[in-house]
Design a protein around this ligand. Structure first.
Ligand code: SF4
Ligand code: SF4
Length: 134
Protein backbone atom coordinates (compact mmCIF):
# COMPACT_ATOMS: atom_id res chain seq x y z
CA UNK A 1 0.00 0.00 0.00
CA UNK A 2 1.01 3.65 -0.40
CA UNK A 3 0.97 6.53 2.03
CA UNK A 4 1.87 10.15 1.52
CA UNK A 5 3.59 11.77 4.49
CA UNK A 6 5.16 15.11 5.30
CA UNK A 7 8.27 14.90 7.48
CA UNK A 8 9.50 17.87 9.49
CA UNK A 9 13.10 17.67 10.68
CA UNK A 10 14.36 19.75 13.59
CA UNK A 11 17.58 21.64 12.77
CA UNK A 12 19.90 19.17 14.49
CA UNK A 13 18.75 16.01 12.70
CA UNK A 14 18.41 17.14 9.10
CA UNK A 15 21.24 14.78 8.18
CA UNK A 16 19.44 11.45 8.98
CA UNK A 17 19.44 9.34 5.75
CA UNK A 18 15.71 8.67 5.97
CA UNK A 19 15.04 7.09 2.60
CA UNK A 20 18.00 4.72 3.01
CA UNK A 21 16.89 3.64 6.50
CA UNK A 22 13.28 3.15 5.36
CA UNK A 23 14.45 0.86 2.56
CA UNK A 24 17.04 -1.05 4.58
CA UNK A 25 15.23 -1.44 7.92
CA UNK A 26 11.57 -1.55 6.82
CA UNK A 27 11.68 -2.58 3.14
CA UNK A 28 9.80 0.58 2.23
CA UNK A 29 10.32 2.47 -1.01
CA UNK A 30 10.22 6.23 -0.49
CA UNK A 31 9.73 8.63 -3.40
CA UNK A 32 10.56 12.23 -2.65
CA UNK A 33 7.75 14.43 -3.92
CA UNK A 34 9.03 17.68 -2.45
CA UNK A 35 12.11 18.62 -0.44
CA UNK A 36 13.06 21.72 1.47
CA UNK A 37 16.26 20.88 3.33
CA UNK A 38 19.19 23.15 4.18
CA UNK A 39 21.94 23.00 6.83
CA UNK A 40 20.94 24.39 10.24
CA UNK A 41 17.34 24.95 9.25
CA UNK A 42 14.12 23.09 9.88
CA UNK A 43 13.68 20.75 6.91
CA UNK A 44 10.58 19.38 5.23
CA UNK A 45 10.21 16.35 3.00
CA UNK A 46 7.04 15.15 1.32
CA UNK A 47 7.35 11.44 0.61
CA UNK A 48 5.22 8.76 -0.93
CA UNK A 49 5.91 5.55 0.97
CA UNK A 50 5.20 2.13 -0.55
CA UNK A 51 5.31 -1.09 1.42
CA UNK A 52 3.54 -3.56 3.63
CA UNK A 53 0.95 -1.91 5.89
CA UNK A 54 2.51 -3.15 9.13
CA UNK A 55 5.97 -2.09 7.96
CA UNK A 56 4.59 1.36 7.12
CA UNK A 57 3.17 1.69 10.60
CA UNK A 58 6.45 0.58 12.20
CA UNK A 59 8.41 2.96 9.99
CA UNK A 60 6.19 5.90 10.91
CA UNK A 61 6.62 5.07 14.60
CA UNK A 62 10.40 4.86 14.08
CA UNK A 63 10.45 8.27 12.37
CA UNK A 64 8.65 9.76 15.36
CA UNK A 65 11.14 8.22 17.80
CA UNK A 66 13.90 9.98 15.85
CA UNK A 67 12.31 13.33 16.67
CA UNK A 68 10.96 13.76 13.15
CA UNK A 69 7.50 15.26 12.85
CA UNK A 70 5.23 13.05 10.73
CA UNK A 71 1.96 14.23 9.29
CA UNK A 72 -0.05 11.86 7.19
CA UNK A 73 -2.09 12.76 4.15
CA UNK A 74 -4.11 15.84 4.93
CA UNK A 75 -7.43 14.02 4.47
CA UNK A 76 -8.56 12.49 7.74
CA UNK A 77 -11.34 10.41 9.17
CA UNK A 78 -12.99 12.13 12.11
CA UNK A 79 -14.89 10.36 14.89
CA UNK A 80 -17.41 12.36 16.87
CA UNK A 81 -16.85 10.92 20.33
CA UNK A 82 -20.07 12.43 21.66
CA UNK A 83 -22.18 10.63 19.06
CA UNK A 84 -20.26 7.35 18.99
CA UNK A 85 -21.86 4.60 21.05
CA UNK A 86 -18.91 2.20 20.65
CA UNK A 87 -21.07 -0.38 18.91
CA UNK A 88 -18.12 -1.62 16.85
CA UNK A 89 -19.99 -1.86 13.53
CA UNK A 90 -17.37 0.28 11.80
CA UNK A 91 -14.58 -2.03 12.95
CA UNK A 92 -16.23 -4.88 11.04
CA UNK A 93 -16.03 -3.09 7.68
CA UNK A 94 -12.60 -1.48 8.05
CA UNK A 95 -10.27 -3.39 5.70
CA UNK A 96 -7.04 -2.36 7.43
CA UNK A 97 -7.99 -2.68 11.12
CA UNK A 98 -7.58 1.06 11.52
CA UNK A 99 -10.70 0.99 13.68
CA UNK A 100 -10.66 -1.27 16.72
CA UNK A 101 -12.49 -1.61 19.98
CA UNK A 102 -9.91 -1.43 22.72
CA UNK A 103 -9.97 -4.75 24.57
CA UNK A 104 -9.75 -3.20 28.04
CA UNK A 105 -12.35 -0.45 27.67
CA UNK A 106 -14.46 -1.56 24.66
CA UNK A 107 -14.06 2.00 23.41
CA UNK A 108 -13.55 2.74 19.72
CA UNK A 109 -10.01 3.65 18.74
CA UNK A 110 -8.79 4.96 15.36
CA UNK A 111 -5.24 4.06 14.34
CA UNK A 112 -4.73 6.87 11.84
CA UNK A 113 -1.59 5.50 10.25
CA UNK A 114 -3.52 2.41 9.07
CA UNK A 115 -6.40 4.30 7.46
CA UNK A 116 -6.56 4.18 3.65
CA UNK A 117 -9.59 6.50 3.38
CA UNK A 118 -11.88 3.93 1.82
CA UNK A 119 -14.78 5.58 3.71
CA UNK A 120 -16.57 2.29 4.31
CA UNK A 121 -16.83 3.13 8.00
CA UNK A 122 -18.77 6.32 7.25
CA UNK A 123 -21.69 4.49 5.69
CA UNK A 124 -21.52 1.68 8.25
CA UNK A 125 -22.00 3.91 11.29
CA UNK A 126 -25.65 3.86 12.41
CA UNK A 127 -25.43 7.19 14.23
CA UNK A 128 -23.41 9.22 11.70
CA UNK A 129 -20.47 9.63 14.03
CA UNK A 130 -17.84 9.31 11.29
CA UNK A 131 -17.01 12.07 8.82
CA UNK A 132 -13.97 13.39 6.99
CA UNK A 133 -12.26 16.75 7.31
CA UNK A 134 -12.51 17.38 3.53
S1 SF4 B 1 -11.87 5.06 5.97
FE1 SF4 B 1 -11.64 2.84 5.57
S2 SF4 B 1 -9.57 2.38 6.30
FE2 SF4 B 1 -10.11 4.36 7.20
S3 SF4 B 1 -10.98 3.90 9.20
FE3 SF4 B 1 -12.70 3.98 7.74
S4 SF4 B 1 -13.02 1.87 7.05
FE4 SF4 B 1 -10.97 1.97 8.01
S1 SF4 C 1 -20.15 2.44 13.97
FE1 SF4 C 1 -20.31 4.56 14.70
S2 SF4 C 1 -21.20 4.38 16.75
FE2 SF4 C 1 -20.43 2.35 16.19
S3 SF4 C 1 -18.32 2.30 17.03
FE3 SF4 C 1 -18.17 2.99 14.91
S4 SF4 C 1 -18.22 5.25 15.05
FE4 SF4 C 1 -18.97 4.45 17.00
Amino acid sequence: MKKRVTLTFPKKIVQIPVTYRLAKDFNIAASILRAQVAPNQVGKLVLELSGDIDALESAIEWLKTQGIGVSLASREILINEESCVDCGLCTGVCPTEALILEPETFKLKLLRSRCVFCEQCIVACPVGAITTNL
